[in-house]
Ligand binder design. Structure first.
Ligand code: AMP
Length: 196
């Protein structure tokens, strides 16, 4: 166990800006960003066994099974010393949150803070559709799930499976809410002011 451990968990619906904010916080605070969406997209692109299982589910806006995600995170944390990490897109279900609690306990690295990015539903859909358009405009392939129909499905899945985690972390005193509207700089400042 070391005093230098830091564990930040970003919560918030798809399109709230977790990835953007987590990347900056990771860079400026010497933390490792674990974005499960990015890790899974990399597996899909490489056609690994995990990627072949995850791809169709991701494309449909559904969650990838808990045991696969938990194994993936367990693996990433295994040799980390100190444990300085930002989770972005994990945990997404109660089972994942409970597994993470156990894992962090084993590592002696308790959760430091859980910022919750709040953005109105329609703004989220607009952002995701715009992110898809932007990729095409820049000659990149858009994410397979960045379209309006799948975005709505992901929002529903968030509400049903991930939103209950707000309570899980609020009860433990880790949660603070952040207004996710405004420029990335403005949102970043709000996140920092809630971190200690
Ligand atoms: P994201 O990039 O976080 O929006 O994730 C994109 C997709 O990857 C999600 O819609 C899920 O299909 C899958 N995914 C990412 N993280 C998880 C997770 N923790 N549990 C289950 N599925 C996940």
């Amino acid at each position: 166990m070391t005093h230098n451990n830091k564990v930040v968990i970003f919560l918030g619906p798809p399109g709230a800006g977790k990835g953007t904010q987590a990347a900056r916080l990771a860079q400026e605070h010497q933390l490792v960003q674990l974005s499960t969406g990015d890790i899974l997209r990399d597996h899909v692109a490489r056609g690994t066994e995990l990627g072949l299982k995850a791809g169709p589910l991701m494309e449909a806006g559904q969650l990838v099974p808990d045991d696969l995600l938990i194994a993936l995170i367990r693996d990433r944390l295994a040799d980390m010393e100190p444990v300085r990490v930002i989770f972005d897109g994990f945990p997404r279900t109660q089972a994942q949150a409970e597994a993470l609690d156990l894992l962090l306990e084993e590592l002696g690295a308790p959760v430091s803070a859980v910022p919750l990015l709040e953005v109105p539903d329609q703004v989220l859909i607009d952002r995701i559709v715009e992110r898809g358009r932007q990729a095409v405009a820049e000659g990149r392939a858009p994410r397979a799930d960045d379209n309006e129909e799948t975005a709505r499905k992901r929002q529903l899945v968030y509400r049903e499976q991930t939103q209950p985690l707000i309570d899980h972390y609020a009860r433990r005193g880790h949660l603070y809410t952040v207004d996710g509207l405004g420029t990335p700089d403005e949102v970043y400042e709000r996140i920092l002011s809630g971190l200690h």
